[in-house]
Design a protein around this ligand. Structure first.
Ligand code: ATP
Length: 308
């Protein structure tokens, strides 16, 4: 659905994007995660045809954004960071204006508006001026305008920015629902948002893609956590002698028992647990717990920030 190749963008002397490449397949929901200034909005503006890159190409649904801007914009629903809503217009009046701009035939407009309004839960607000709506409801109006023409692809720039916790949960639920019918790419700087919504995350830092992975793959490591009642003599040497063990890191478990993080090599897809389990049974170790270590997105993100 989206193919981005080697995008670079300068604002005067500042290079905002450095050879950014990624792709998003049909049906995916992908988070573009990065701290402030990482280049998320710049990427999104280029994807939606509102900004030209200095280098690189973007293809959406097989079409080049630069040469087929209008066709591409017709298959995208876009929620900009600050959606240009008209405060004096009613919700209905605004959506009618968008339907005209989207060239939706007049005899289909009512049905399309009703469909979008229902999808985002705005039925009770139709006649209210947009300026009188809460921020959460204004965001729903932004989402309604983005889906009015039934786009195959939704691109949302920081869709929950500035919302209160209840509104955040509502908008996330809404995005999950919209993702049933469309591919979704959204930007955020909130880790939990990615964990709550995405199949895949692309981490952008200083204008570069630093990670691009399914969340499940990103989280898994070959490492094992071993918690024991006590540490038998020779345990450390036995663990170290297992094939693929790179290092042992002793620590105390949350409930105070001696524990080790056993570091394996990334090539070991099955992880170290099966071999450690066999060894523990053979040696009769007082094992309390044996599990694969899982990295959270926060750990990964912090590691990337530290090495940026
Ligand atoms: P945020 O989360 O703060 O919105 P972002 O990841 O969306 O950040 P961008 O807005 O794409 O990042 O900005 C990337 C870099 O480009 C930043 O250093 C920003 O200051 C700079 N930048 C963005 N727009 C312009 C502009 N119009 N002129 C000059 N510099 C710009």
């Amino acid at each position: 659905m989206i193919q981005v190749s080697n995008l670079s963008k300068w604002y005067g002397p500042l290079q905002a994007l450095r050879e950014v490449s990624f792709q998003v397949d049909e049906g995916e929901i992908v988070g573009l995660l990065g701290p402030n200034g990482a280049g998320k909005t710049t990427t999104i503006k280029i994807l939606t045809g509102y900004l030209h890159p200095d280098e690189g190409t973007v293809r959406i649904g097989g079409l080049d954004v630069l040469t087929h801007t209008r066709e591409v914009q017709a298959i995208i629903g876009y929620l900009p960071e600050n959606a240009p809503l008209y405060p004096e217009l009613s919700v209905q009046g605004y959506l009618k204006m968008i339907a005209d701009l989207r060239q939706i035939p007049p005899d289909e407009q009512l049905e399309r508006i009703a469909e979008a309004v229902q999808a985002v839960g705005l039925e009770d607000q139709l006649t209210r001026p947009i300026g009188q709506l809460s921020k959460g409801y204004r965001q729903r109006v932004g989402l309604a305008q983005a889906i009015l023409h039934r786009p195959k692809l939704l691109i949302l720039d920081e869709p929950t920015l500035g919302l209160d916790p209840t509104q955040v949960l509502e908008v996330r639920r809404l995005i999950r629902r919209l993702a049933r019918d469309s591919t979704v790419l959204f930007s955020t700087h909130i880790l939990s948002e990615v964990e709550a919504l995405c199949d895949r995350v692309i981490i952008l830092m200083n204008g570069q893609v630093r990670a691009d992975s399914r969340l499940s793959e990103l989280a898994s490591t070959p490492d094992a956590i071993v918690v024991l009642e006590s540490v038998p003599a020779g345990l450390e040497a036995s663990l170290r002698s297992l094939p693929g063990v790179r290092a042992l890191e002793p620590f105390r478990s949350a409930d105070g028992y001696p524990a080790f993080r056993v570091r394996g090599s990334p090539s070991q897809e099955a992880g170290l647990c099966p071999a450690i389990y066999r060894l523990a049974r053979q040696e009769n170790w007082p094992l309390r717990e044996l599990r694969r270590d899982v990295r959270t997105l926060e750990t990964i993100f912090n590691q990337l920030v530290a090495t940026a």
